[in-house]
Design a protein around this ligand. Sequence first.
Ligand code: SF4
Length: 377
Amino acid sequence: MAGIYIHIPFCKQACHYCDFHFSTSLKKKDELINALVKELELRKEEFKNITVETIYFGGGTPSVLSNEELQLIIDAVYINYDVDRNPEITLEANPDDLSVQRINDLTNTPINRLSIGVQSFFETDLKLMNRAHNADEAKTCIEEATKYFDNISLDLIYGVPGASNTQWLENIEMALSYNVPHISSYALTVEPKTALASFIKKGIIDAVDDEQAHEQFHILKEKLEEEGFIHYELSNFGKPNYFSKNNSAYWQGKSYLGIGPSAHSYNGRQRGWNVRNNSKYIKAIQNKELPIEMETLTQTDRYNEYIMTGLRTIWGVSLTKVETDFGRVFKDYLIEQSNVFINQHLLYIDDAHLRVTKKGQFLSDGIASELFKINLA
Ligand code: SF4
């Protein structure tokens, strides 16, 4: 199984917390779409004899493209790759782009999964984050989307300064009221050089309270599990049969091709990343050059990645796989390093798999880093 990720690097306005690659100018949109189509063509040999089972439009804001523009890119995938008969095709979309008419028209494209960037149903939160939509737009768009799509995911952000636990619970309950089968939820993180970081530094916005974010994570987990959602990855909750196939493939170490500026690729041995600049990306592709930097992963890199992703997911870290793929030394090292966390009830071993306990879940990235091996080369 393999997937294609397509990065659409445009947004209507910059959210205060965001450090993804995007431009708020749409001037180069047509050139960029042509370049995406061309990159798909240039890289087809990388997926020779591989079936594409997921196509994911991420960003940026992919919903700023029209259905016709999205279809052009999907056509390029079908022309150049072997696509599964029933692929998962996801569109990340923002509520302000999803009018009633637009949603209706989307049903005429092969897109069969919507990931809607709601983030919050409260105006105060949306303003603080500088989202382009308001709460009413979010509600109307979800109501309409659920009439036409059954595979819908909503994104919510917790740990927003000033948002109480009660308000957070209301957000979750509002999301649940639409009966969607998938929810992704992330803690608001303060990335360096973002507007949020600068506002916090100047005292315009309160700092993010890690303790409160931790509490809100547990409120989320408890509420969604009560409603039949499976917490299958640190930030992802799905009803059975509705886990994101695209993201599950990343977490299980499957290959993916990242198309577009700043997109990352992985082929099992190497990781690559495209240039994070729209003009440089377009220019390179027009010259039939791939603007990609590749890094060959060492055995230690691959082990570290497996530990990081494994601990974040319901599948955990298979001790058998660690021994088979990396050797006995790695397995012994892992068990030895894990002991301290097992004694603190943050990790446990069950059925030859290492997993985080409920108590350890929110801390899984930090725990994983303590289990890493260091590259000695
Ligand atoms: S819409 Fe998404 S990608 Fe664009 S600025 Fe906001 S968070 Fe970042």
